[in-house]
Design a protein around this ligand. Structure first.
Ligand code: ADP
Ligand code: MG
Length: 250
């Protein structure tokens, strides 16, 4: 004989109330033990369902973002990195720059925390409900070039186009040719004024010409990126070098 509980589980599944489906026994036991009113009982079930659903959506956004690691603002040492103000970053954590479609550019030598801050802001944006895509410049160029022949590349590029925030990490480690620069320009043009972009680069704008091959294209790209933009020139020592870990000496 099929019990009422089994029916409820089936119905919950059919209605995609996955939390209820999983925890129905617990809910009933809790309701009976705590002598909940009908109103309280229903409230608890629906409230937990909403919370669980939001959490699942957030986990999906996090997976789709493609962060290489998770970094948070709480882990960032503003005493070590003094060229950026904690007050400014806290202001950015409110995320209204994404609604207003501003870009952020972090420039500076290796190890000063550019990628850390970019990921931390992206992570917080996901927490607040935004869709984010993280991609290294190398991987972006590769994905742009192979999107017509590789499903994985196409999926990544599509995700980029449907994101609220796109983080392009490490422009400048490898120079790109004119054809690649042209594809990059097409992408930036398509995202421009629709999507916020965070760029990190170890090269100053003066070096971008050499990097992107073509001066006219570089100007056009920089024009779009810097039109509505906060620029952070980060300086200082490499956090990695200063906090170098030794396996043998520790
Ligand atoms: P960049 O992108 O500027 O080359 P990263 O952001 O990758 O540098 O930082 C290198 C490493 O040092 C990362 O593990 C990062 O978490 C850490 N790091 C850099 N700056 C800080 C900081 N101010 N506080 C805490 N960790 C930092
Ligand atoms: Mg980096």
């Amino acid at each position: 004989m099929i019990s009422k509980i089994d029916y409820i589980k089936e119905y919950a599944k059919e209605l995609k109330l996955l939390n209820l489906q999983k925890k129905i026994d617990e809910f009933i036991e809790h309701g009976e033990n705590e002598d909940l009113s009908y109103q309280e009982f229903l409230y608890k079930i629906l409230n937990e369902e909403i919370i669980a659903k939001e959490e699942r959506k957030k986990q999906t956004r996090l997976k789709n973002a493609g962060f290489p690691v998770i970094k948070t603002i709480e882990e960032f040492d503003f005493e070590f990195q003094k060229s950026i103000s904690k007050r400014h970053i806290n202001r950015l954590l409110e995320m209204d720059w994404i609604d207003k479609i501003y870009n952020l550019i972090f420039l500076g030598p290796p190890g000063v925390g550019k990628t850390h801050l970019a990921i931390a802001l992206g992570y917080k944006a996901i927490d607040m409900g935004y869709k984010v895509s993280f991609i290294s410049m190398d991987n972006l160029v590769y994905s742009l070039k192979t999107q017509d022949i590789m499903r994985k590349s196409k999926i990544k590029i599509n995700k980029i186009h449907s994101s609220d925030l796109v983080i392009i990490d490490e422009i400048g480690y490898l120079p790109i040719n004119r054809e690649e620069a042209n594809m990059f320009f097409q992408l930036i043009s398509a995202l421009h004024e629709q999507t916020s972009i965070i760029i990190t680069s170890n090269k100053g704008f003066g070096d971008w010409n050499e990097l992107l091959g073509d001066p006219a294209l570089t100007t056009a790209i920089l024009d779009r990126l810097t039109y509505k933009c906060e620029l952070f020139n980060m300086t200082g020592k490499s956090y990695r070098l200063t906090h170098r870990k030794s396996f043998l000496e520790d």
